[in-house]
Write a protein that binds this ligand. Structure first.
Ligand code: HXC
Length: 266
């Protein structure tokens, strides 16, 4: 992958951004501090993913770090001196909300440390491919705080109360294979296969009809938001709405005619 700090027509201080056909690739790029997630980095990330989300040529995204770290958490140096009035007044984590509004799927490719806000960022992605070196964890308790960008909620929903309590209350690192057993990752692969496998998955998703992909993502995420009955109703409405698209006609007709479908995104 050839990477540049100049993706989507603008340059980033903390990211390398490029498009590989229909796949937008964002690499966190603060290697000296293990990709610690300072506020400016999160704002850049929301800008970069948002630009890909709006770009009709992009169908799926991959978010990655480097071999040593996906991200070792929010930037402790940036937070250390702040008081309550500052973090609430400045809404320290406000930019994170923009990340959760991305409509196209994002595949996280994780090697090395994936801690604190880094873990929360990965859990906010839609698929997680972990290299064998990946270490997940919520170590905030060790520095006097708790997860603040979804860790107590998303981890508990995926792994259940007892696993989440252990992770959040002890801060222990969870190796890739254990995270897989907890249901926290899509798959674990050898480290050198991590990014290639994430790209392979992203290309497969990018080959699917785009409106159905976005609705599928929205429907799965709804399972986190609502009781089952409301989620089933939401899913059924989205399913019906896809019958207003040309891609539904094309997809079903192509199956019946035993040929490959041509997606129009309409
Ligand atoms: C700022 C960080 C950092 C972080 C590492 N660094 N993590 N800087 N914020 N979260 C910096 C170190 O200070 C060091 O800088 C350099 O990166 C390399 O780290 P080392 O500690 O020297 O590496 P190593 O000994 O290999 O230890 C790796 C580590 C450790 C186990 C991951 O760095 C660590 O425990 N980091 C903090 C993890 C953490 O607590 N994360 C949660 C943050 S709170 P120098 O300049 O000394 O070389 C959080 C809240 C989320 O995420 C709330 C919502 C977003």
């Amino acid at each position: 992958m050839t990477a540049t700090g100049d993706g989507q027509g603008r340059s980033y201080q903390y990211l390398l951004v490029e498009a590989d056909g229909p796949v937008g690739i964002v690499r966190l790029n603060r290697p000296k501090v293990l990709n610690a997630l300072c506020r400016a980095l999160i704002e850049e990330l929301a800008d970069a993913l948002g630009a890909f989300d709006r770009d009709p040529a992009i169908r799926c995204m991959v978010l990655t770090g480097n071999e040593r770290a996906f991200a070792a958490g929010a930037d402790i140096a940036e937070m250390a001196g702040k008081g309550l009035a500052e973090v609430t007044g400045d809404d320290l984590l406000g930019a994170w909300q923009r990340l959760w509004r991305i409509r196209k799927p994002v595949v996280a490719a994780v090697q090395g440390y994936c801690l604190g806000g880094g873990f929360e960022l990965a859990m906010g992605c839609d698929l997680i491919v972990a290299g064998e070196s990946a270490q997940f964890g919520q170590p905030e308790i060790k520095i006097g705080v708790i997860p603040g960008a979804g860790g107590t909620q998303r981890l508990t929903r995926v792994a259940g109360k007892y696993k989440a309590m252990e992770a959040v209350l002890t801060g222990r690192m969870i190796p890739a294979r254990e995270a897989e057993a907890w249901g926290l990752v899509t798959k674990v692969v050898p480290d050198e296969q991590c990014l290639p496998e994430a790209l392979r998955l992203a290309r497969t998703i990018a080959g699917m009809p785009p409106l159905a992909v976005q609705m599928a993502k929205a429907a799965v995420l709804q399972a986190y938001e609502t009781p089952l009955g409301a989620g089933l109703e939401f899913e059924r409405r989205l399913f019906y709405s896809l019958f207003a698209t040309e891609d539904q006609k094309e997809g079903m007709q192509a199956f019946l005619e035993k040929r490959s479908p041509q997606w129009k995104g309409r």
